[in-house]
Structure formats: structure tokens, C-alpha cells
Design a protein around this ligand. Sequence first.
Ligand code: ATP
Ligand code: MG
Length: 264
Amino acid sequence: MTTSSGNGTAPLFQVEALHVSVEGKEILKGVDLIVRQGEVHAIMGPNGSGKSTLANAIMGHPKYKVTGGDIRYLGQSIVGLKADQRARLGVFLAFQYPTAIPGVTMVNFLRHALNAVRGQEVPVKDFRNLLRDKMTLLKVDRSFSARYVNEGFSGGEKKRVEMLQMAVLEPKLAVLDETDSGLDIDALKTVAEGINTLLNPAQSILLITHYQRILNYVKPHFVHVLAQGNILKSGGPELALELEAKGYDWILKEAAALPQGVSS
Ligand SMILES: Nc1ncnc2c1ncn2[C@@H]1O[C@H](COP(=O)(O)OP(=O)(O)OP(=O)(O)O)[C@@H](O)[C@H]1O
Ligand SMILES: [Mg+2]
């Protein structure tokens, strides 16, 4: 496979024949994916199929070992980079289960995160202005910034904070690992609204999700089905509707009928 797109420039982000093992067990078995600037890709698939593993491998979680293939960002391999180095390049991961950090206020947490990503101290006044603008944009309640990170936040509030974090850090590639379980329809809408507010031609998003529901609010350019450690099928938004109606079994059967290494 070539690393160049049709117009001769390298895609923003590319996963190439990626193999990833966790605790010595191979979970991803040759995943291929290309994300260009401004594109929204949805990744769907059954429980335990490796979606979060893919997100963790992209972010450089040390437990997730790349045993084959490559992850490229603007044509360069990032497999050897640590998570913070990847973040500085503009890769952002919103965690599937956001954790509470007692004693650290949101405002301090976000400021440190931004300093880390920029690799330099952002003046406090500039940061406060930036935060205020982004909170207004995302309709986040002012009181949030003085609260401790995710402590006592409802599921929906955590999601709002996650969107705020993404807005402040302005990543070029955002990987959103969404568990829809436990999120009510309002929280889902919050995530969708956040994504739609932040979407621009320079913003690419990898949206990992279980249900088609969220895709009623965010229109992905591409939908991929990750199952059995591989992307077994890719399509447009209509594929998500088909999955909602028919489940995943037909994709597994279809893949089993194809010669090895071929996906539809
Ligand atoms: N840190 C880990 N330690 C041990 N096993 C792991 C770890 N992370 C993932 N796995 C295993 O890898 C497989 C894929 O898990 P993963 O979390 O990537 O699935 P998923 O597609 O995100 O599932 P879900 O839809 O439930 O979120 C599972 O069998 C899981 O048990
Ligand atoms: Mg997961």
C-alpha cells in the first residue's frame, strides 16, 4: 500500500497492516485505515472486537504492543513515540471511562494539558480567555472550571468536559472512544453537538461507537466495522443503518466467505 493520497500529499493519519497484542494476546490482526484532513470516520463492531485496543495503540498506551505494521501521522511512523509526544503532534484521545482526579480543578487540569501539548507555558490570562471562549462555544456552565476533574460529574457532564478538553487542545486527530452504555440520549446529543461545533476542514475525528444512534447526530464520512481483529467492512453512513437493522453476523459470514486478507 502507498502512503500517498491521490493529490500527492500524505494522508493525515494512516494505520497500515497493524498488529497489536495486549498481555501477550494478539487482538488486532492487520488493520488498515486511512484518515484524511477534515474526515469523520466511525468505527463500529461487537464488544471485545478490539476498538478500544485500536484507540489505545494509536495513543501509545504502553500495554498495547505493536507487533507488526505501522501507524503513520503525516507520513511519519509514530509507533516509537510516547503518548505525550503523540499528543504534542496533535493526536487526542478521549477516554472511554473518564476518571476522577480528586483535588485537581478542571481549570488547572486543562491548563496543564494545554501546556503539555504546546510544549510551553501558556500565560494564565491567555488560557483563561481561551477557556472562556470554548466554554461559551460549547455551552459549558461556568461553575465547571472550579470543580474537581470529573468528581461527582454526571455521565453527561463528563462528556461535556471531554468535549471542552478537545476544544481547548485543538487536536488535528481526535479519537473518541464512546461507550454508549450508561449515556442517556441527552449525553449522546452533547457529544454529537460538541463534535459538530468543533468540526472544521482541519479537524479529523475517529469516532468509536456501539450504536448507530449517535450517528443520527454526527454524520461520518466513512463507517468501518472492526471484528475479529480486522476491519471487515467499510462504507458510508448507510452502513451504520444497515448494522442497526441487521446486526453484525452477516458481516462475519460475508468475511468468512471471502479469500483470506480481503475485506469488502
Ligand atoms: N489491558 C488489557 N488487558 C487484558 N486484555 C485486554 C486489555 N485490553 C483489551 N484486552 C482484550 O482485548 C480484547 C479487545 O478489547 P477491546 O477493549 O479493544 O474491545 P472493544 O471492541 O473496545 O470492546 P467494547 O465494545 O466492549 O468497548 C478483549 O478480549 C479484551 O479482553
Ligand atoms: Mg471499548
